[in-house]
Design a protein around this ligand. Structure first.
Ligand SMILES: C[S@@+](CC[C@H](N)C(=O)[O-])C[C@H]1O[C@@H](n2cnc3c(N)ncnc32)[C@H](O)[C@@H]1O
Length: 290
């Protein structure tokens, strides 16, 4: 399959316009591999033929399929492990105290791909039933990819996927064997909901979340789009909430609303510039008695 420069520019432009993700020249080799299955399924001979169909606008759903195929959905259970240890050791014990009155914890995994991050979070709570007895735990997973969210909702993983990051005990405890893999057990799925959401769009739950994870999602956004995404994430955090990013990612120098938590490396909090958001969130909490 030969990809001309103008075709690769059009495809990269479509991806960036829809999701903010930039495909730099050095990463454009991915295009051909990423789209080969879609071309086969649709019976389209070449990438240039695909571009012609896209440009003519005859098949509106095709452009969404192209964008989804170009996204990097790499994920696995308890990815990088240390962030989950940090949540279990530091953030969750803090929330047990701070939210004792409302007995409610809300977490948002933004850019959750096929759901492994979300089910990993659910296991942090499910593995400590005594500690969380009587609490309401809400875990929201969102992604711009409809295909990913459909898969995440299903909670079904192949043998290969389930073994990436999960120990045998966790696998047997929280997943049920099916004819073609493993499915998250009902008890694990209960606190979880999923929705399709683009991080660059306004988010409908201001100030709600005690912990927001946005890991390995914003790496390839332009500085402007990254700043916009950080604004959206900050707007969704409770006044005393945390943001967690992926390894090697930071808000420093990229958002005036967020700063490092000096007590826990790897977690970020709202800064003074987030005061308006903090105030609104505090008012909401006071009104709801939380
Ligand atoms: C590399 S995966 C990371 C998944 C998970 N957070 C992890 O660290 O394992 C990045 C995910 O971000 C999603 N994504 C990319 N741009 C997005 C956007 N603008 N809004 C929401 N999700 C986005 C992709 O579809 C993909 O599933």
């Amino acid at each position: 399959m030969q990809l001309s420069d103008s075709s690769s520019r059009i495809l990269a432009g479509l991806l960036e316009a829809r999701t903010g993700q930039q495909l730099t020249m050095s990463r454009r080799w991915r295009i051909e591999t990423a789209l080969s299955a879609l071309l086969r399924e649709r019976g389209i001979g070449t990438l240039d033929e695909l571009i012609t169909i896209l440009v003519m606008g005859k098949e509106p759903s095709l452009s969404q399929e192209v964008v989804e195929a170009l996204l990097n959905n790499e994920t696995y259970f308890f990815r990088d492990r240390a962030p989950f240890d940090l949540l279990a050791r530091y953030a969750l014990p803090e929330l047990l105290q701070r939210r004792a009155k409302s007995s409610r914890v809300r977490i948002w995994s933004a850019g959750c791909s096929t759901g492994q991050e979300v089910y990993s979070l659910a296991m942090l709570f499910a593995d400590e039933p005594e500690q969380w007895r009587g609490w309401t735990i809400d875990i929201l997973g969102s992604d711009v990819s409809t295909h990913c969210i459909d898969r995440a909702r299903l909670g079904s993983y192949s043998q290969f996927e389930v073994q990436r990051g999960l120990g045998i005990n966790q696998m047997i405890k929280w997943f049920e064997e099916t004819s073609d893999g493993w499915r998250a057990a009902e008890a694990l799925r209960r606190p979880i909901r999923f929705q399709v959401h683009n991080l660059l769009e306004p988010f409908p739950h201001p100030g709600d979340f005690d912990i927001v994870l946005c890991r390995n999602v914003l790496l390839y956004l332009s500085p402007e789009k990254k700043a916009l995404a950080f604004d959206r994430l900050a707007g969704a955090m409770a006044e005393d909430g945390w943001l967690m990013l992926g390894a090697g990612e930071t808000v420093i120098g990229q958002s005036s609303k967020l700063g490092a938590d000096i007590k826990a490396r790897g977690l970020y909090r709202l800064t003074g510039d987030g005061t308006r958001i903090e105030k609104r969130a505090a008012d909401r909490r006071a009104a709801s008695g939380a």
